[in-house]
Ligand binder design. Structure first.
Ligand code: CIR
Length: 257
């Protein structure tokens, strides 16, 4: 998939009031904003036009724009976050996205739960984490929407625990090369790809963000840096310390299309 555009949102001053399972202390919002600016610059270096939305103080987690929508084949599907305090992010994201591309709803009732961080596209598949934030009904709704958008795509549910979202614990450095955090517990196997399980201390770095000819990786994880350089000419290492404190990682800071 060749990307031309990214949507990001400046971290709110209220970032530290967001949801987290980490015990890494409160985020320094000024530093988070510096790290966010470096992230935006990296996306621009890789050729993307970046839309930077203003901070939304009513929603402390709103810089994690990946969760309220899933984009595939130029169509945005609006999600229904499993985290109740994050549901208010959806309306604004719907409005922003409808200026850029066709937008469809997940549909279904009150019980539907789905967050974009649980959706990993690779090798003609959508792998959907069934995490604490995404349930079976959410998976079914997404599968139906994706089938309308791209009948060739197969959607597979991946029950998991130990991490927030599927992509917190596993991403594709290349479509057939998955990086996995051993903290992500799942029984699914991925026969189409090689899966590289990182040492526990480097597990956070399993979340990488390939963008066209390059890849963004978290700074301070030498093993992933070496692997990334074997596969890409342009490898950009970014300090993610303040987002890590809030369970955030590279993919969750942008929506790409
Ligand atoms: C949350 O718990 O919802 C936020 N603090 C972090 C969301 C990170 N999103 C993502 O990995 N896709």
């Amino acid at each position: 998939m060749r990307y031309t555009h990214a949507i990001v949102r400046t971290p709110a001053r209220a970032l530290g009031r967001g949801i987290t399972t980490q015990d890494l202390g409160a985020p320094d919002v000024d530093l988070a904003r510096e790290q966010h600016a470096a992230y935006v610059a990296a996306l621009r270096t890789l050729g993307l036009a970046v839309t930077v939305l203003d901070a939304d103080e009513a929603h402390p987690d709103s810089c994690f724009v990946e969760d309220p929508a899933v984009i595939w084949n130029g169509v945005a599907i609006i999600t229904r976050p499993g985290a109740r305090p994050r549901r208010g992010e959806v309306a604004c994201m719907r409005e922003v996205l409808s200026d850029l591309l066709p937008v469809v709803e997940l549909g279904g009732g009150e019980d539907v739960r789905l967050e974009g961080g649980d959706v990993l596209f690779c090798e003609g598949r959508a792998l959907v984490g069934q995490s604490q934030r995404t349930n079976h009904i959410g998976l079914k709704r997404l599968s139906a929407r994706l089938r309308e958008i791209d009948p060739a795509l197969t959607t597979t549910g991946i029950p998991l625990s130990g991490v927030l979202h599927l992509k917190t614990g596993m991403t594709a450095l290349r479509p057939t090369f998955l990086l996995r955090d051993p903290a992500c517990r799942m029984t699914a196997r991925f026969p189409f790809a090689r899966t590289f399980t990182l040492p526990r201390a480097q597990g956070y770095a399993a979340n990488v963000l390939p963008v066209n000819h390059g890849v963004l990786i978290a700074k301070g994880y030498p093993l992933v840096a070496t692997l990334a350089r074997e596969h890409y000419d342009t490898v950009i290492e970014l300090d993610m310390s303040e987002f890590h404190k809030m369970d955030g990682s590279l993919t969750c800071l942008s929506l790409l299309c």
